[in-house]
Design a protein around this ligand. Structure first.
Ligand SMILES: [Zn+2]
Length: 586
């Protein structure tokens, strides 16, 4: 673990204006700086950076936090990676702490074994006699040396246990190799998992090797083998090539999503750098979220067969839920991106992209093909409505329904009638949309006034209990607030933000920090807001009690069970409290 003082030092010595200013075009605006927000599409800047507080906040999409959270969001890295990056800039060495860390220490042997293996295979491919065949093969497929070098391709030589023997000689742990499934037990000995295969290393966003895919050189089966899931590798959470393409995707806000390793390499070679590949799994929710960090628009380019089409629909659905714009690129039957670019060149591929249909249009075309069109159309629309019901953002959801209505020529009210809000939506929405209802607004206002003066903060804590807050995110904020007051940490300061690791909480905290309370005496406003919230909380409690009483009555008729008496008593108490509500302390 990195000691907290070290993290604080790194944060305090980094200037958020420099860090953000190095990637965004910041313009001075009053005491703050403004820029176009990198996290949502906008034409006028609502992304604000405060040099004073060393935090940022977007009034458009609600993202916010300190210098670490910015790097985490912008570069898509972990907290530790963000700390490491800034530390490196300042010339502070933190590796010393990281290697002592418990979790990283546990995983270190896995990473180093994978790193070792990747280098071993690469050397075999490029530097040895037994790699010659494989190099020839790759060249025939259009992969030149620089591409092999860029993507660190390798070759697992034929033979039984080349890797195993070499690694044993170099002192690598057999257990780790077994756990990574790079080596397997066999007839009292050990053998390599990959034999006579081209090796594609798989990387995390921060360029650590976490696994490999191995492809045969001939027609034998299986065509691809993948290393299995391990403590460091989870297939559904990684997109192949994204470590290299993320900066291009972010810049163009557009991603090309393909199915295979070879597809990716050939597109890369043809000059399409904003590309990533699913590789060996069906597209997952996690992958969709990962891509949504960088892209607003995704072109799904799958094989031109039925399996490819089904996979494309699945990917499209996941991406739709994340609110992205989706284009479906249809390749001629029997082609994949690799073969298509090879035969027709980059220009032809680009025009294929330009003529790609929006996802809904693509589906409506499918619905008009073949027999039983009505049944097919109905199935497709139901499928779409179900998918759209999972879309998190309400505005996006309505826009999608409107589009479906236009494209399939169905009145929007009919679509709404068949629309059952998704289960997931409710939970997710709780934090986003409803930030803006009146209770939430007053809670935010309250905490923002509270952070102006210590006596205000104490007044809040004396009068408002964590239980008075309904939403978990506000409760979390309350606990942070409470702890800061107790520890004498200045509210809204960089130190305060340094304690917040939860990105959602960081968004809320930044929002609160940037609130400008309306003019007038702050103390009166504080008391009014507190009273308003306190009343709300008490009333809410009374409503809940009333509901419980009604429920008991409907089960057994009005009676005098212990629970009823207890509730009735508590109800009266709250009613009295509400009647003479005043504030404690000063
Ligand atoms: Zn924004």
């Amino acid at each position: 673990m990195i000691p907290e003082e070290k993290i604080n030092e790194i944060r305090d010595r980094s200037d958020i204006v420099d860090v953000i200013g190095s990637v965004l075009d910041l313009k001075k605006s009053g005491m703050n700086f403004k820029a176009l927000c990198p996290f949502h599409d906008e034409k006028t800047p609502s992304f604000v950076v405060s040099p004073d507080k060393q935090i940022y906040h977007c009034f458009g999409c609600g993202k916010g936090g300190n210098v670490f959270s910015f790097l985490m969001d912008y570069e898509g890295v972990s907290f530790i990676e963000a700390v490491r990056k800034l530390a490196a800039k300042l010339g502070i060495d933190i590796d010393l702490y990281l290697n002592k860390g418990k979790s990283s220490k546990r995983l270190d042997p896995f990473y180093s074994a994978l790193n070792y293996t990747g280098k071993y295979y690469k050397r075999i491919l490029l530097k040895t006699e037994s790699g010659k065949n494989a190099v020839e093969y790759l060249k025939r497929r259009g992969i030149d040396n620089s591409l092999m070098e860029d993507f660190n391709l390798g070759f697992a030589p034929p033979g039984w246990d080349n890797l195993y023997k070499r690694a044993a000689k170099d002192g690598l742990s057999k257990d780790i190799l077994l756990k990574l499934k790079l080596v397997m037990r066999s007839k009292g000995g050990y053998r390599d998992y990959f034999r006579n295969r081209i090796i594609y290393p798989i990387y995390t966003l921060t360029n650590r090797t976490v696994g490999f895919a191995g492809r045969v050189l001939d027609k034998s089966e299986p065509k691809y083998l993948n290393t299995s899931e391990s403590p460091v590798y989870s297939k559904g959470k990684i997109l192949y090539g994204l470590n290299k393409s993320k900066k291009f995707i972010r810049k163009s806000k557009t991603a090309l999503l393909v199915e295979g390793y070879m597809d990716l390499l050939m597109l890369w070679k043809a000059g399409f750098r904003n590309v990533c590949a699913v590789c060996g799994t069906s597209f997952t929710k996690e992958q969709a979220r990962l891509l949504a960090r960088y892209a607003k628009r995704v072109y799904i380019i799958n094989d031109g067969d039925r399996a490819g089409m089904l996979a494309a629909v699945r990917s499209a659905d996941q991406l739709l839920i994340e609110g992205l714009t989706i284009k479906i690129v249809v390749l001629p039957q029997g082609e994949d991106p690799d073969s298509y670019v090879n035969k027709n060149g980059a220009g032809a591929f680009r025009s294929l992209l330009n003529s790609a249909d929006d996802y809904f249009v693509y589906l409506s075309k499918i619905s008009r093909k073949g027999k039983e069109q009505r049944a097919r159309k109905s199935r497709i629309i139901k499928h779409l409505i179900d998918t759209v019901s999972h879309v998190r953002d309400r505005v996006d959801r309505n826009l999608y329904l409107q589009e479906i209505s236009d494209i399939f020529d169905i009145p929007i009210d009919d679509l709404r009638a068949g629309f059952k809000p998704g289960k997931r939506r409710k939970k997710k929405r709780e934090t986003k949309d409803s930030f803006d209802d009146k209770v939430a607004q007053n809670q935010k206002l309250l905490f923002s006034i509270g952070s102006k003066r210590e006596c205000f903060a104490k007044r809040i804590l004396d009068n408002l209990l964590e239980d008075d807050l309904k939403r978990e995110i506000f409760r979390k904020y309350y606990r942070c607030f409470q702890k800061a007051v107790k520890d004498g940490v200045e509210l809204n300061s960089a130190e305060f933000f340094g304690k917040i690791k939860d990105p959602e909480l960081s968004d809320l905290a930044a929002q609160i920090a940037f609130i400008q309370p309306p003019p007038g005496p702050a103390e009166k406003l504080l008391d009014d807001t507190l009273l308003w919230l306190k009343r709300r909380a008490l009333r809410r409690e009374m409503v809940m009690m009333k509901e419980r009483l009604d429920e008991l009555h409907s089960i057994s008729g009005a009676g005098n069970s212990a629970e009823e008496i207890e509730i009735a008593e508590a109800y009266r108490k709250i009613a009295r409290e509400l009647g003479k509500l005043g504030l404690q302390g000063g």
